[in-house]
Design a binder for this molecule. Structure first.
Ligand code: GZL
Ligand code: ZN
Length: 329
């Protein structure tokens, strides 16, 4: 029923489109091919990781693979995500794929999707909802585990020495920020001579981080003792590096140790040359796992609620240029 209605709608748009000389809608031709229609709502394009995540989705959910992808970029605003989901419901898509910008505020719009009979698959970050049946599954990383890997490296590296830490966080209330922050805070609580100098909001972007880090560093005496800057993603690390080096702080083995998450190619290059001391991988290539879940649902199955991706950590010691060249993002 839904598919027939949608095909009619797409065919109509094809007719109307050509009637007003808009040229044939590619989707219109696809209507006859009976494609699975996916309404996808992405956070934005705030980071290298996010761009790679979107590219992964667009590479899998193609018309030749049997999909018609309606892709909405919410430009970092939850209200844009909520209105995109309502539009998908009106269009009666087959599946909604949501990359939620933050955890709260989803109960009512996901209830509307449930009442419309449209399965919702969460990608990357999670949602904090009373009724877990509001989404079919979530694909993404274990951010607490990522943070704990970084904390373990710090314990190994500083072996009981005093450690003074600047903590630059990602988008407030996002699952990635909550998990990576919890790991650092629990490690600081467990090491009496680890001191959290400040927590800054870098919002996962280089520009915001450069601004807040430059302000913070100018409030410190020159050549303050900073041992670690814990950056909750690569773009934060790039902003922090720029601000630190402009203030005369060398970064690397003999200076400030930069920790980052994502481990996109740009960060791995800075890690290989030593400016970044630890890069914790966060895999953005999640589309194949999403497709598996859709195929399970299409076959009437019930997918696992949680799907994690494999991830590793990189240091200047275990990186090579060949490894970086072999990476997909
Ligand atoms: C993590 C993802 C984060 C990345 C950032 O899976 O939510 O959002 O670490 C991105 O780069 O902005
Ligand atoms: Zn120190």
């Amino acid at each position: 029923m839904r598919r027939a209605f949608l095909c009619a709608l797409l065919a109509l748009s094809l007719v109307l489109g050509s009637a007003c000389g808009a040229g044939p809608e590619p989707a219109g031709e696809a209507a006859a091919e009976d494609l699975t229609v996916i309404g996808m709502c992405q956070v934005g394009a705030e980071s290298d990781w996010r761009v790679a995540n979107s590219e992964s989705m667009k590479a899998v959910f193609t018309e030749e693979n049997g999909y018609h992808l309606l892709f909405e970029d919410a430009r970092q605003k939850q209200e844009n995500q909520i209105s995109a989901i309502r539009k998908f419901i009106q269009q009666q898509v087959d599946y909604i794929v949501l990359m939620p910008i933050s955890e709260s505020g989803w109960d009512s719009v996901l209830q509307e999707a449930k009442e419309a009979g449209i399965p919702v698959i969460l990608v990357d970050r999670g949602v904090d909802v009373k009724d877990e049946s509001l989404y079919a599954a979530r694909v993404g990383s274990d951010f607490l585990r990522e943070g704990r890997a970084a904390a373990a490296w710090m314990a190994e590296t500083f072996r009981g020495e005093a450690v003074r830490i600047i903590h630059i966080q990602g988008t407030p209330g996002s699952t990635a920020q909550l998990g990576r922050t919890a790991a650092l805070e629990e490690a600081v609580a467990a090491h009496e001579n680890w001191e959290l100098l400040v927590q800054l909001d870098g919002d996962f972007t280089q520009a915001k981080t450069y601004e807040v880090m430059t302000d913070y560093l100018s409030s410190l005496p020159a050549e303050a003792d900073i041992d670690v800057v814990y950056c909750e993603n690569d773009n934060i690390a790039f902003g922090a590096l720029q601000a630190l080096e402009e203030r005369g702080y060398p970064c690397g083995r003999d200076g400030v140790r930069i920790i980052t998450f994502d481990a996109t190619r740009g960060a791995l290059t800075e890690c290989l040359n030593g400016r970044i001391s630890l890069a914790v991988e966060c895999n953005p290539l999640l589309a194949p796992l999403v497709e598996e879940i859709i195929q399970t649902l299409a076959a009437g199955g019930t997918p696992e609620k949680r799907h994690y991706v494999e991830e590793q950590v990189f240091t200047p010691e275990n990186l090579t240029q060949d490894l970086i060249d072999s990476r997909k993002y």
